[in-house]
Design a binder for this molecule. Sequence first.
Ligand code: ATP
Ligand code: MG
Length: 393
Amino acid sequence: MYKAFLIKYAEIGIKGKNRHLFEDALVRQICYALRSVDGTFHVHKQQGRVFVETEGDYDYEETIEALSHVFGITGICPAVMVEDEGFDKLAEQVVSYMDQIYPDKHMTFKVKARRARKNYPMDSMELNAALGEKILDAFPDMSVDVHDPNVMLYVEIREQISFYSEEIPGPGGMPVGTGGKAMLLLSGGIDSPVAGYMISKRGVAIDATYFHAPPYTSERAKQKVVDLAKEISAYTGPIDLHVVNFTDIQLAIYEKCPHEELTIIMRRYMMKIAEHFAKEDGCLGLITGESIGQVASQTMQSLMATNEVCTMPVYRPLIGFDKQEIVEVSEKIGTYETSILPYEDCCTIFVAKHPVTKPNVNVIKKSEEKLADVIDDLMDQAISTVETIHVEA
Ligand code: ATP
Ligand code: MG
């Protein structure tokens, strides 16, 4: 029955002169999301609305699923779209719609018409009253409640006429591509995929860097990260995932530096290497899944020590989140099940029993001097042997 979806968007509606840029990005992202859905779709802007029109048969569930991953959308309204064939025909179509959508007629409703095409012979008030009357005539169990109706029936008069009464929530945020690009440090854990999702929700495209340590970490651990990248790419769009072999750097740190500082030193080299790829990819910042105090390497002192090597802004959207709050988002976006698969990540193998919780940057730097004669070569090696995987949902 539905031939169209009316797309609601909130924040992007208030961007003044930039509004069309945001709407164009939204249209682009919707087209991208629908590219693999069964059906033919026409996505277009019309008088302050974005419509997805369908042509012929299409898969309703898949369409909703795809649209509910497009940042910028606040609501998806499945709509009936008809040609203007006069009021009587419209009333008939509206009554038949109400009949099909609401099998239980014991309900209140209100008609809210909007005449965007001013040459339509009735104004919105007249339409509200006349359509309301037709519905009441057809279904005596229904009644009108103008203050708090069970169902609000929207009727919008444009070239064509559309009506809808249901709204499926979208993810909100801003369309990807309106906010530049950032480099996500993506591990196999729960946090970093959520961090990538959250920054991307603000319109930011994402690339990712993953550090693995074969043979200490397995091919399956790497595959898990590829899978996570793929899961978030349903929201973020395509991701170039850089897989960096970190083994030799980790072994060198393990061999030459105090063990209680291993994690911090390792994290500093991760940031440096990720920043290298970030610059190459035209990113404007780094993203991590860190949260204050979650582990020893995420105390304020540790974050300061890690941050000290970065020249780009580091975005840490989970910084004030409790673990449970992060888990909730990860369940909502569908990464949780993958994240909890029990494959080791490279940090769990080289962990000290008693890591420093209040590292001093100068002490850390002093320890890093012990790597001076090898680290440049090892970094070059890690960077030049990177494997880049293009990931797309
Ligand atoms: P996560 O659940 O994201 O793995 P975590 O709680 O395990 O986080 P850490 O292991 O201390 O925390 O890592 C902190 C952040 O550093 C991660 O959120 C991620 O952004 C980055 N990171 C950690 N390990 C890796 C890795 N192997 N490859 C890429 N990034 C990593
Ligand atoms: Mg981790």
